[in-house]
Design a protein around this ligand. Structure first.
Ligand code: ADP
Ligand code: MG
Length: 636
């Protein structure tokens, strides 16, 4: 787990029944979990094997098509890992594919290097190029990233055509070495090798997609700032996933070259890129197994039908238009949405939801219950003092925050109030690292944290919510809280590999984090909707879910920006109880709020700012009587 402190000792303790039954249920639980986890992988590959055997056996499809489907599956999977999870659409993967193919071809043609060695050399070269390019391209956002990677793909193609002595120019390179397993023919051996590699990479990618890395990537895709505030190391994770994805493309290219026995620049041009993108969007991005569907259909369909083969480009164009118009989420996405709708109907049918009032009352009772509270917070935390010293921020000529200083004492609730535009949210952005600090100092205990990025501040135990809720739309309700529980991901290669290989430690953590997140949802009365997208929630519950996401990280300091706005009376009461419980367990809370009854009731101290400047500070009683506050803020 990414967090530094031991967490939730009592959570596991709560699950401790008798030792014997616990270990048996843990084993069966893990077995069931592994089956569920690998279901998509097993089902897609088995289905694929059966359909491929039927098609090849009946002579409808040539065996070559099935084999090259494996090659393109790896390439499309690489692009889906990057786009479907992290939201980065790379046009440069055709370049990585080409480099992988040509590395293998050049080494094989000139030095008779074995396939394995060429694959490894391609991975090394592409990995290094991607790490370098990633540092440049991943600073660019959205369409600029696409354009940058497209330029890279075009440049690689130009090099292939013009660097004649090495790449063979327009003629390409031939006479590549192949492989042979025992008595099998080289082509059969290669076909087996290709599908074994494809299946293995599929398994690794599904593991990644289902792990905290997959969640962190989808969190980045939904909202980078919010992901960083949950502790996701956005930049490092993106670069490492970009490099990993480039390595997949490299493997795919090497296998492609070896299976064809030759390479030619035409296989790596813009039309090849269009084919690959079509496969991705037709199959459905974001599911990984959708890549298998897309590649299969688009390789097999033209082969089954003669006319489609001749008019392939026209066919591709028309298909692209149809997909974008009718099935924007592709075959897999449409299937997934349909399954989701079915399960959500199942939830409602199984037990009609209690009336909203009853549900809210149940939630209020749950949140007030000490047993639930103590099963979530294992031990009392020891929050350091947060010191804000002379902090300022200007936007052009506008002085949004002007020389503000105050302390947030351990285990205290301090409200920050002031009229709209006073600079409250800007101050919170500076405290949480969303906005870089240029003036003044912010100290956590004795450590200056003002210059730290958002994810580092989150990892120090400072969690926040946003004035306009920023949940992760690409994650389910429970996964939103899980990102909070695990404090995102540090994005290191070691963590990515541990998740890809589903090491037992990562699986156990996954289960414990899920259990922890479900307890939070139970507390909000949302456990039945846990697997649903956040769009099913009304506004008030989304805001509470955002609080749950922040608090589940077990912060020592919690920053809340107008959380009570939009909550009904019961939900406000829920929030108040939660804040008091957090305070009792040692957490300090800085609260921006407009509801004066709420503020006066819950705060130990209040800071009032107006036009960016601190105009008053004190207990609720002192602030209520302060003439400057009455004049500037309360308007009396
Ligand atoms: P509050 O949260 O107290 O309502 P804010 O901190 O959101 O106020 O904003 C303070 C002032 O700074 C406002 O006038 C706002 O328009 C301005 N402001 C906030 N963020 C930016 C920004 N990123 N760029 C320019 N102006 C900003
Ligand atoms: Mg604000």
């Amino acid at each position: 787990m990414s967090a530094d402190r031991p967490r939730n000792a009592s959570l596991s303790a709560a699950n401790d029944q008798s030792a014997g039954t616990a270990s048996v249920s843990a084993r069966t639980g893990l077995a069931r979990y592994l089956i569920t986890r690998n279901r998509a992988w097993l089902v897609s590959l088995s289905l694929y094997a059966v359909i491929a055997a039927l098609l090849v056996g009946s002579g409808a499809v040539h065996g070559d098509v099935v084999v090259t489907t494996g090659v393109f599956f790896i390439l499309v999977m690489a692009i889906d890992l990057l786009y479907g999870c992290a939201g980065l659409l790379s046009f440069g993967h055709i370049g990585f594919f080409a480099i992988g193919a040509y590395t293998s071809a050049i080494l094989g043609h000139f030095y008779q290097t074995s396939l394995l060695e060429s694959v490894l050399a391609g991975i090394l070269i592409n990995g290094l190029i991607a790490l370098g390019l990633g540092r440049v391209f991943l600073r660019l956002s959205g369409s600029y990233f696409m354009l940058g990677t497209l330029a890279f793909g075009i440049m690689v193609h130009a090099v292939l055509v013009t660097w004649y002595p090495v790449t063979g120019g327009d003629a390409g390179l031939g006479d590549l070495p192949t492989i042979q397993f025992g008595d099998l023919s080289p082509r059969t051996s290669l076909a087996i090798a290709i599908w074994l590699v494809a299946a293995a990479l599929f398994w690794l990618t599904m593991n990644l997609s289902e792990s905290r890395i997959g969640r962190a990537l989808r969190a980045i895709r939904s909202d980078e700032v919010s992901a960083a505030c949950c502790g996701v190391h956005v930049a490092r994770l993106r670069i490492n996933i970009f490099a990993l994805s480039a390595c997949y493309a490299s493997v795919s290219g090497a296998l492609f070259a070896c299976y064809n026995g030759a390479v030619h620049p035409d296989s790596f041009g813009l039309s090849a890129l269009l084919d690959v993108l079509l496969m991705l969007f037709f199959g459905g991005e974001g599911t990984i197994w959708g890549a298998l569907i897309g590649v299969t259909l688009l390789r097999v369909l033209p082969d089954v039908s003669g006319p489609l083969q001749t008019g392939k480009i026209l066919f591709s164009g028309v298909l692209f238009a149809i997909i974008i118009y009718l099935f924007p989420s592709g075959v897999a996405g449409t299937l997934r949405d349909w399954l989701r709708r079915r399960t959500s109907r199942g939830v409602n049918l199984a037990a009609p939801a209690a009336s909203t009032a009853t549900a809210a009352a149940t939630r209020a009772a749950a949140i007030a219950s000490d047993t639930v509270t103590h099963s979530l917070r294992g031990e009392r935390v020891d929050a350091p003092t947060l010191r804000i010293e002379g902090v300022g921020q200007s936007f052009g000529g506008l002085r949004a925050v002007d020389d503000v200083s105050f302390n947030l004492r351990p285990a205290s609730i301090r409200s920050l109030i002031g009229p709209n535009g006073a600079g409250k949210s800007t101050l919170l952005n500076l405290l949480s690292g969303v906005q870089p600090l240029k003036e003044g100092r912010i100290l956590l205990g004795t450590a200056a944290i003002g210059q730290l990025p958002a994810e580092a501040i989150a990892r120090l135990g400072i969690a926040r919510t946003f004035q306009h809720e920023r949940l992760f739309a690409h994650l389910s309700i429970v996964a939103n809280v899980m990102v909070g529980c695990e404090r995102g991901s540090d994005g290191r290669a070691r963590d990515i590999l541990a998740c890809a290989f589903a090491l037992p430690g990562t699986l156990r953590e996954e289960q414990s984090v899920r259990a922890q997140a479900l307890l939070w949802l139970q507390r909000l009365g949302l456990d039945r909707e846990a697997e649903q997208p956040i769009s099913v929630l009304p506004h008030g519950l989304r805001k509470l879910l955002e609080v749950a996401r922040a608090v589940s990280a077990e912060p020592t300091i919690l920053l809340l920006d107008e959380t009570a706005a939009g909550l009904n009376a019961t939900e406000k009461q829920q929030l108040k109880i939660l804040l008091r419980q957090l305070q009792a367990s040692g957490v300090s809370v800085l609260l921006i709020e407009h509801d004066m009854d709420f503020v006066m009731d819950i705060s130990d101290e209040i800071v009032v700012i107006n036009f960016g400047r601190r105009i008053a500070e004190g207990t609720p009683a002192q602030v209520r009587e302060d003439p400057a506050v009455l004049a500037a803020y309360l308007g009396t």
